[in-house]
Design a protein around this ligand. Structure first.
Ligand code: FMN
Length: 304
């Protein structure tokens, strides 16, 4: 029996797999179609202090490899979220993390305060949405990211993960800043800025033109972020995220230094992917005489 458990600072997970934010709905609705028992945690869609309309259609597009999204975090606002999603959180059979997003430090803190009144097991602070009006992103600025995390930290006793961006010039600096501000772990990473144009209609594929690129092709970018942060900040737990589609991808992120691994885009084609991916991880461990997945964390062997 392979020990699949892992640890993110104060939080214990029964499985190293995390269902990534925005790809499993509110989690409560996804429970009907997904294989949530495979995950150590599932992250509900990001929620803001007041309702956000999101961007006009088109806001999803396929690409040669992966997808583009420019949804703009459409959500009903945290009060409506509380009424709609809150009562179902306990019944999904997997710890649910809330995800807070906002245009200001105060807005993040307000959402975190409300999430704390629910049974979420942790709060992911989404500093890295690529689809905010005006193009701003907290995760590009270490000081701004730290200010948001500090405000959330002073609002809640729940464990906090800070979700960072691969578009950051210096992701280690941002990770260090949020760690010092009280983040218990970082999620590396959110989507990569991307765009596409339909050559028949000559229209951008997304109404907002630039959106978030996700799926297989971004894995090397996110693995690079994990490697850099794990090397520079070995005490800071990491959730690797980007392009995961099989058990080997999970092993790769763990070897790079992640303690858990989130799966996103794969759910659109295969809602129950978690079950298969966990079986493949288990199989890898059996073939390599690995008794516990935690033994894989940071296990890559650098070239001399
Ligand atoms: C349609 C869609 C919606 C997303 N919505 C959110 C969101 O609301 N908050 C967030 O932090 N990340 C969001 N993400 C980013 C994913 O959680 C994940 O970080 C990213 O897609 C990279 O992982 P992947 O390549 O496995 O999809 C979204 C991704 C997609 C594809």
């Amino acid at each position: 029996m392979i020990d699949l458990s892992t640890q993110l600072g104060p939080l214990s997970l029964r499985s190293p797999l995390v269902a990534a934010c925005g790809t499993v709905g509110s989690v409560v609705d996804f429970a009907a179609v997904g294989a949530l028992e495979a995950y150590g945690a599932a992250v509900a869609k990001s929620v803001s202090d007041v309702p956000w309309q999101g961007r006009p259609v088109p806001r999803l597009a396929t690409t040669d490899v992966g997808m583009l999204n420019g949804i703009g975090i459409q959500n009903p606002g945290v009060s409506a979220w509380l009424a709609e999603v809150g009562p179902g959180l306990d019944k999904v059979g997997v710890p649910v993390w809330g995800s807070a997003v906002g245009h200001s430090i105060e807005a993040f803190a307000a959402v975190a305060g409300t999430l704390t009144t629910t049974s979420v097991a942790a709060i992911e602070v989404n500093l890295s949405c690529p689809n905010l009006e005006g193009g701003g992103m907290f995760a590009l600025d270490a000081d701004a990211s730290a200010a948001v995390v500090a405000a959330v930290r002073s609002t809640t006793r729940l464990p906090i993960g800070a979700k960072l961006s691969p578009n950051s010039e210096d992701i280690v600096a941002v990770a260090r800043a949020v760690q010092e501000a009280g983040a218990d772990w970082v999620v590396l990473t959110n989507t990569v800025w991307g765009a596409g144009i339909d050559i028949e209609t000559r229209r951008p594929q997304l109404s907002g033109v630039v959106g978030g690129y996700s799926g297989r092709a971004i894995k090397p970018i996110a693995v690079r972020c994990v490697w850099e942060v794990a090397t520079a900040l070995p005490e800071l737990p990491i959730v690797g995220c980007g392009g995961v589609a099989n058990g080997g991808d999970v092993v790769e992120y763990l070897l790079a230094g992640a303690s858990a691994v989130a799966m996103g885009t794969v759910h659109f084609a295969e809602p129950r992917a978690g079950r298969r991916v966990l079986a493949e991880l288990d199989d890898y461990c059996a073939r390599h005489d690995i008794a516990a997945v935690q033994d894989l964390i940071g296990g890559a062997i650098p070239w001399q």
